[in-house]
Design a protein around this ligand. Structure first.
Ligand code: AP5
Length: 217
């Protein structure tokens, strides 16, 4: 099963992918997480991506396509769920070509729909653990002890691109460059829209219902 999870910044892609992985055992491939790992390791790719990410711009396609092709090739056969990729029509076309060449295809495209005001609240309140990557929210998903990761006691941090100013750029770029990807997939097959303004557990229930139907078909 190969799934693409689309949605604006803060739609809840990462949160839902972790739950999908727990239930179905697919590999979670997040382009944002991979880029942050590259930055932390101070690789050439990480250094090139830094200024784009911090300003809320998209990292150039040629860097992303190669990076994600490498990640997909390393995934075991249980399948994967893509989070944050593809984010441009060009990335979607390159992904299609690369899967075609190995006789594979995308089985489902899911679009998490969320309002801009909710995005701003979710993103500015997000905190994450620099050690294990767990994601919290100062109101919606609090850790047991304020500012500290439940899993390993590490101090939580805010992503540098999670300020209101950068969120505006990220949303603008999402509208210009990534919303057309939703239309691209609608024109080339089908897209399942999910109302992601709802509580995280309600969104998970909708996603699981949809994925259960796909897995058993
Ligand atoms: P990336 O890391 O992919 O960021 P994003 O797409 O902007 O998405 P987020 O991680 O901000 O949000 P999410 O939807 O995963 O929400 P989450 O579950 O954490 O990309 C970062 C940057 O890398 C990009 O700006 C770009 O520069 C670059 N990049 C990445 N991929 C690229 C690509 N393909 N091409 C080019 N450049 C690329 O939830 C957010 C918060 O809300 C959390 O605190 C969570 O607890 C809370 N929450 C989640 N769901 C709910 C809910 N239903 N109700 C209440 N609270 C909720």
């Amino acid at each position: 099963m190969r799934i693409v999870l689309l949605g604006a910044p803060g739609a809840g892609k990462g949160t839902q992918c972790k739950r999908i992985v727990e239930k179905y055992g697919f590999q979670h491939l997040s382009s944002g997480d991979i880029l942050r790992q590259e930055r932390a390791a101070e690789t050439d790719l990480g250094k090139k991506a830094q200024s784009y990410m911090d300003s809320g711009a998209l990292v150039p396609d040629e860097l992303i396509v190669e990076m994600m092709a490498g990640a997909i090739n390393k995934t075991p056969s249980a399948g994967f769920v893509l989070d944050g990729f593809p984010r441009t029509i060009n990335q979607a076309a390159e992904l299609g070509k690369s899967l075609d060449s190995s006789g594979k295809k995308i089985d489902a495209v899911v679009n998490l729909q969320v309002d801009d005001e909710i995005v701003a609240l979710r993103i500015t309140g997000r905190r994450s653990c620099p050690k294990c990557g767990a994601v919290y929210h100062i109101k919606n998903l609090k850790p047991k002890v304020e500012g500290v990761c439940d899993n390993d006691g590490t101090g939580l941090v805010q992503r540098p691109d999670d300020t209101l100013e950068v969120v505006k750029n990220r949303l603008e770029n999402y509208r210009k460059q990534t919303e057309p990807v939703v239309c691209y997939y609608k024109n080339n097959g089908s897209v399942q829209d999910i109302d992601a303004n709802k509580d995280a557990d309600e969104v998970t229930a909708l996603l699981f219902e949809m994925l259960d139907a796909l897995v058993s078909s």
